[in-house]
Design a binder for this molecule. Structure first.
Ligand code: IMP
Ligand code: MG
Length: 187
């Protein structure tokens, strides 16, 4: 359990994979790339929450256009650190994506099932274009053929927490991406 006195503790981490400074710098690069690529397009960002919440908040503040933002919720059933079955998509979007240039933002591309399903859903609703942006890419775990258009960092096949990513809904507020000590993956 995180300390009741404050944020989840860095001392729960076995090691850090991506530091806060590295995240900040990479997001600045992604932001300027997106500013170039969408300079002449009216952009709608769709964040897949909860995981993409913190990444999206920081990424959007690097972007210049008066873009629009909506969210949808996706969750997988987990046994420990493994997603089992198909992701469940809860589409409560308020904005109409028909004819829009949509950028889907998620925390991590793992098996690829979530982004493949959500991208399919947004295309089926008639978006003009659908691109995807993830902070992390765990290529070794891919179960369906799916690649993101914008990737922050490729990471090894380890279950990570922090900066939006959780284990049993905890540790999202860590400022870095890290791997928990084995004893904290217990339950
Ligand atoms: P998918 O397997 O690509 O469909 O990813 C499903 C979701 O699993 C992601 O959006 C994350 O929320 C979660 N996930 C995958 N790998 C990790 C991880 O290493 N840490 C925390 N969450 C993860
Ligand atoms: Mg997620």
């Amino acid at each position: 359990m995180p300390s009741p006195k404050g944020p989840p503790e860095l001392k729960h981490l076995d090691h850090i994979l991506v530091s806060p400074l590295a995240i900040k710098r990479r997001i600045a690069q992604l932001g300027s790339q997106l500013n170039q690529d969408y300079a002449k397009k009216d952009l709608m960002v769709v964040a897949i929450v909860n995981g993409a919440l913190i990444f999206t908040a920081d990424l959007l503040r690097q972007m210049r256009s008066p873009l629009r933002l909506d969210c949808l919720r996706a969750s997988s059933y987990h046994t420990g650190t493994r997603a089992v079955g198909e992701p469940r998509i809860v589409d409560q979007m308020k904005l109409d994506v028909k004819g829009q240039h949509v950028l889907l933002v998620d925390d991590i591309l793992d098996t690829g099932k979530t982004l493949a399903a959500v991208a399919g859903l947004i295309k089926a609703k008639g978006a003009a274009s659908v691109k995807t942006c993830v902070l992390l890419d765990k290529k070794a775990r891919r179960a369906v053929p799916f690649e993101a258009d914008y990737v922050g960092f490729g990471i090894p096949n380890e279950f990570v927490v922090g900066y939006g990513l959780d284990f049993n809904e905890r540790y999202r507020n860590l400022p870095c991406i890290g791997v928990l000590k084995p004893k904290f993956y217990g339950g």
